[in-house]
Design a binder for this molecule. Structure first.
Ligand code: URP
Ligand code: ZN
Ligand code: ZN
Ligand code: ZN
Length: 491
C-alpha cells in the first residue's frame, strides 16, 4: 500500500490551525495533511475514520517525576519508568520529559544522567527525555553543562525550597549564567523555603499536624516572593527561565508584567491549580493527604479562574501534569509513610509532596471546555515541544517532519460521560486526587510514531514497553536572551 495509516474525516487541530483535513502516515512519520476527501483513492494498510472528532498532535508532558528517591517528604515516588509511561500513553501523552535528580551529596551531573538512562532504557511505552535536576551546582557540575547539551539535554530544574535541594541566590546566579552560555532553559521551583520552614515551626508549636496545614505552611506569599526573586535573578543574568507549577494569581501577575516588558520568562501551570482548592486538603481523617502537593491547592475557585485566564492570555506557556505520585498506603508496610512513632496521627510535614496526573492531564483540560482548542494544543503539546527543543518532531503535524504521534478524540455525542475512578487508571498508585470527577473527554485512539498504542473501545492499551525512545533535544525555540553575546556578566 501507498501509506501505512490514513486518518480520514477528522478535524485537525494544531497550535496554529483548525480544519477538515485527512492525514497520511508512512513508517513513523506524517507524510500528508490534505483537505478532507483528497485521500479517498489512496491505498493504506489501515484507515481510521475519525468521524468528525479532533485529530491533534500527541500530548507532550514536560513535568514528570518517575523512580525518584525521597526528596519531597518521606517515601520514594510510586511510578517507575514502566508504570508512569504506561499511564501516560493511556491518556494520550506520547512524549514525556522526566527529571534526572542530582543529590546535594553528589558532585557530578553526568553520573546522574547515566543512572537515569539506565532506569528508562527498554522500560518506556512513550518517547522521553530528561531535565537535569541540579541539587549541587559544584564547579564540576557547572563545567558539565556543555556535555549535557552534546547529550541532547537542554533544560535544568532548580529549587528555592526543600532541604534536600534548595539553592541559595548565589548558587542560582551560577546556574543561570552557565545555562545562558550553553543555551539551556532553567526551570525554577519558586517557593521561599525559609518561609515554609518558619510556618511549619509555628504550626508545630500549636500542635497543628493535620493534612490541611500543609496548605497553611505554604502561604501564597512564599510563592509570590520567590517568583519575583527568580524573575529578578533571571533578568539580571539575561538567562531565560520557566517558573514551574504556578498556583497563585499574584505570582502570575509578576510573570505577566515581566513578559510584557519583553523578558524571556516562561511559566507552567498544572491541572491541580485548575481543579483543586483548599477544600480538597481539608477532609476528614487523613483523606486530605491525597491532595498534598507544592505549591498547595489555593483558597477558592476564584483562584482557579485566574489560572484558567492565565492560560488563555498567554501568561502560561505550558500545562504539565507534575506527575509525582506517592502511595497512600505503602505496599510493603500497608501504612502511610508519614505516620511515625513520634507522630502516630501523622504530620503534614512528612506527607510526600505530589500527586498523580500524567493520564488525566489532557482529558481534564479538554473536557472542561474552557479553552480554545488551538490554545489547548499549544499549551499541552506544541509549546512544551518548542520550549524544550523537541519541535517539530513532536508537538506538530508537519508533513515529512513530524513523528506520527496523534490523538484522535471522540466526536460530540460518541462518548458517554463517566466518573473517574482510580481503577480506570494505569499507574501504580492507590488513589487519584481527581476521584469522582466527571470525564467528558478521553482519547479514542493514540498513535506513537505511526503505531496505534491506545484504542479505548478496542483492547485499550496496545503499546509496548520498550517501544518508547530517548529523544535528543536542541535548544529552546522560544525567545531567548535579549543581549546574548554583547556582554558576559553585568559589572
Ligand atoms: O508537590 C510537588 N510539586 N511535588 C513534586 C516535586 C516538585 O517540586 O515538582
Ligand atoms: Zn517543583
Ligand atoms: Zn513542603
Ligand atoms: Zn514536580
Amino acid at each position: 500500500a501507498e501509506y501505512d495509516v490514513i486518518i480520514v474525516n477528522g478535524v485537525v487541530v494544531t497550535d496554529t490551525e483548525l480544519g477538515e483535513y485527512d492525514v497520511a502516515i508512512k513508517g513513523e512519520k506524517i507524510i500528508k495533511v490534505v483537505p478532507r476527501g483528497q485521500l479517498k483513492d489512496a491505498s493504506a494498510t489501515r484507515t481510521i475514520d475519525a468521524e468528525g472528532g479532533y485529530v491533534m498532535p500527541g500530548g507532550v508532558d514536560a513535568h514528570v517525576h518517575l523512580q525518584e528517591p525521597p526528596l519531597f517528604g518521606m517515601g520514594s515516588t510510586a511510578d517507575t519508568y514502566e508504570t508512569g509511561s504506561r499511564s501516560a500513553v493511556c491518556g494520550g501523552t506520547t512524549t514525556m520529559v522526566t527529571f534526572a535528580p542530582q543529590k546535594k551529596s553528589e558532585d557530578t551531573l553526568l553520573d546522574t544522567l547515566k543512572a537515569t538512562h539506565e532506569k528508562a532504557k527498554d522500560n518506556c511505552y512513550i518517547d522521553y527525555s530528561f531535565h537535569l535536576l541540579v541539587g549541587n551546582p559544584s564547579e564540576r557540575a557547572l563545567s558539565e553543562f556543555k556535555t549535557l547539551r552534546d547529550e541532547g539535554i537542554s533544560s535544568l530544574k532548580i529549587y528555592m525550597t526543600y532541604e534536600a535541594l534548595q539553592l541559595n541566590d548565589s548558587q542560582i546566579l551560577d546556574v543561570l549564567l552557565e545555562a545562558r552560555r550553553n543555551q539551556i532553559t532553567t526551570m525554577v521551583h519558586a517557593e521561599n523555603g525559609q518561609v515554609i520552614d518558619w510556618m511549619t515551626a509555628q504550626l508545630e508549636k500549636r500542635k497543628l499536624f493535620a493534612p490541611k496545614y500543609h496548605g497553611t505552611s505554604h502561604p501564597p506569599m512564599a510563592e509570590i516572593e520567590a517568583t519575583y526573586r527568580a524573575i529578578s535573578l533571571s533578568e539580571f543574568i539575561d538567562s531565560p527561565i520557566l517558573i514551574v507549577h504556578v498556583s497563585t494569581p499574584a505570582a502570575a501577575k509578576h510573570i505577566k508584567e515581566a513578559q510584557d516588558r519583553g523578558i524571556p520568562i516562561y511559566a507552567e501551570t498544572c491541572p491541580q491549580y485548575l481543579f483543586l482548592t483548599k477544600k480538597d486538603l481539608d477532609q476528614p481523617g487523613f483523606e486530605g493527604a491525597k491532595c498534598v502537593c507544592s505549591p498547595p491547592p489555593r483558597e477558592s475557585e476564584a483562584d482557579c479562574d485566574v489560572i484558567w485566564d492565565g492560560i488563555a492570555n498567554g501568561t502560561f506557556t505550558i500545562l504539565s501534569s507534575d506527575h509525582c505520585p506517592f502511595r497512600f498506603d505503602d505496599n510493603v508496610t500497608g501504612k502511610k509513610t508519614c505516620i511515625t512513632d513520634e507522630y502516630p496521627q501523622g504530620h503534614f510535614k512528612y506527607i510526600p509532596n505530589g500527586i498523580a496526573g500524567i493520564e488525566t492531564r489532557l482529558s481534564l483540560a479538554l473536557g472542561a471546555d474552557r479553552l480554545d482548542v488551538k490554545k489547548f494544543v499549544e499549551v499541552t503539546s506544541a509549546n512544551p515541544a518548542k520550549l524544550y527543543g523537541l519541535w517539530p518532531k513532536k508537538g506538530a503535524l508537519i508533513e515529512g517532519e513530524s513523528d506520527a504521534d496523534i490523538n484522535i478524540w471522540y466526536p460530540p455525542g460518541k462518548m458517554q460521560d463517566f466518573a473517574l475512578t482510580n481503577d480506570l487508571l494505569h499507574h501504580d498508585v492507590d488513589y487519584t486526587a481527581f476521584e469522582g470527577r466527571t470525564m467528558k473527554q478521553w482519547p479514542r485512539y493514540t498513535l506513537l510514531r505511526g503505531k496505534v498504542v491506545w484504542d479505548k473501545d478496542g483492547k485499550g492499551l496496545l503499546g509496548e514497553k520498550g517501544y518508547g525512545r530517548f529523544v535528543k533535544r536542541g535548544p529552546s525555540m522560544l525567545a531567548g536572551p535579549r543581549y546574548a553575546g554583547e556582554w558576559e556578566i553585568p559589572l
